[in-house]
Ligand binder design. Structure first.
Ligand code: KIV
Ligand code: ZN
Length: 390
């Protein structure tokens, strides 16, 4: 029996980019989008077109660039937002409009200043207007996990009647727990979706450190799209980390008989590429892509790993693209070591590229004590922006 597919919806360029220290330039966004497409992401949320001209241009450019992946643009439920998202996605091969409105009483009273009835009407109008611009329309009920469940289901039902093809359940403030969230997903699946061809999606924030656990519980309860970001970047404590969800499905396929299209050997290069563009990388002990994720210092652990890596490693570094080469790069390093490291990172460099990149590398190594993979990616990115992950 083939495992059921989980669609990976990446929002690094939207929820991630809107968080502190994560702004990117247009050329960086396009480069990252290309990498995400290579990685096997199914849907790229490229931005929030009404938010700024920069976001509009990014969504438009990524829609023109990424022809195999679905490209989504976010909008609120107002006409102006939807029109702007529609314009940004006009030339997309596979466009998706993602419209959202909050459904919790606290958001209705203090933020939107709308009644439940008004929000219901706004949902209907927005989804049917969005369908004029795209066949795929995703509706999100912001703060779903703190919303009244019957009302939430009523809003979702209205969205489906108006033409939504994907219902997204955001845990906007990272408040829910795995069992509770699985119950919520089950209720939406049973009472709203039934046997209709509607995808249930989840979007979990990490305020209690539960974003990935909640997403996996939701998959078990019937969600078939997961929204996530590279390195788990995103508002406040971040979003569910893409690399953790992808590897949970691989390493624990006994518990999660699901597959994704992610090429796992590109996870680390993608993480490093993002880190080279924003102002911070993953913390050293970050699962899958952190500097210490495959490091062993304690004697007992070292002995175990040397006898058999399976003693203390549940996946190989190679399977997620982490270079195992112990050579330390510095200003005394030669071209061979540098080329070998680039190859491990997915770059194939010709002689001209090696010459140019090597001189940049030496210049940097003269100024900087430690050279990290993200420095190497940044050096190459300036010279050969599409060199990664052929
Ligand atoms: O966290 C959230 O609720 C969101 C929505 C716009 C999906 O980012
Ligand atoms: Zn979010």
């Amino acid at each position: 029996m083939t495992a059921e597919k989980i669609a990976i919806f990446d929002t690094t360029l939207r929820d991630g980019e809107q968080s502190p220290g994560c702004s990117m330039f247009l050329n960086e966004k396009i480069e990252l989008a290309r990498q995400l497409e290579n990685l096997g992401v199914n849907i790229i949320e490229a931005g929030f077109p009404i938010a700024s001209d920069g976001d509009f241009e990014a969504v438009k450019a990524i829609a023109a660039e990424c022809r195999n992946t679905t490209v989504a643009g976010l909008c609120r439920t107002t006409e102006a937002d939807i029109v702007r998202a529609g314009q940004a996605l006009k030339n997309a091969a596979n466009p998706r409009i993602h419209t959202f409105i909050a459904t919790s009483d606290i958001h209705l009273e203090f933020k939107l200043k709308k009644s439940r009835h008004e929000v219901l009407q706004m949902t209907r109008r927005a989804v049917s207007m969005a369908r004029e611009y795209a066949d795929e329309v995703e509706f999100s009920a912001e703060d779903a996990t703190r919303s009244d469940l019957s009302y939430l289901c009523e809003v979702f039902a209205a969205a489906v009647d108006a033409g939504a093809t994907v219902l997204n359940i955001p845990d906007t403030v990272g408040y829910t727990t795995p069992t509770e969230f699985a119950g919520l997903v089950t209720r939406v699946r049973e009472t709203v979706v039934g046997d209709r061809d509607i995808v249930i999606s989840v979007h979990c924030h990490n305020d209690l450190g539960l974003a990935v656990a909640n997403s996996l519980a939701a998959i078990e309860a019937g969600a078939r799209q997961v929204e996530c970001t590279v390195n788990g970047i995103g508002e406040r404590a971040g979003n569910a980390a893409l690399e953790e969800i992808a590897m949970a499905c691989v390493v624990r396929s006994d518990r999660f008989p699901f597959r994704t299209d992610i090429r796992t050997e590109l996870l680390y290069p993608t993480s490093q590429l993002l880190s080279s563009m924003i102002s911070f990388g993953p913390q050293p002990n970050k699962a899958i892509v952190g500097r210490n994720a495959f490091a062993h210092e304690a004697g007992i652990h070292q002995h175990g790993v040397l006898s058999n890596p399976l003693c203390y490693e549940i996946m190989t570094p190679e399977s997620v693209g982490v270079p195992t080469n112990e050579i330390v790069l510095g200003k005394h390093s030669g071209r061979h070591a540098l080329v070998a490291r680039y190859e491990e990172l997915g770059f194939r460099l010709d002689a001209d590229a090696v010459a140019e990149i090597y001189s940049r590398f030496i210049a940097l190594a003269d100024r900087k004590k430690n050279i990290y993979d993200q420095d190497l990616i940044a050096i190459a990115g300036n010279t050969y922006p599409v060199a990664i992950a052929a």
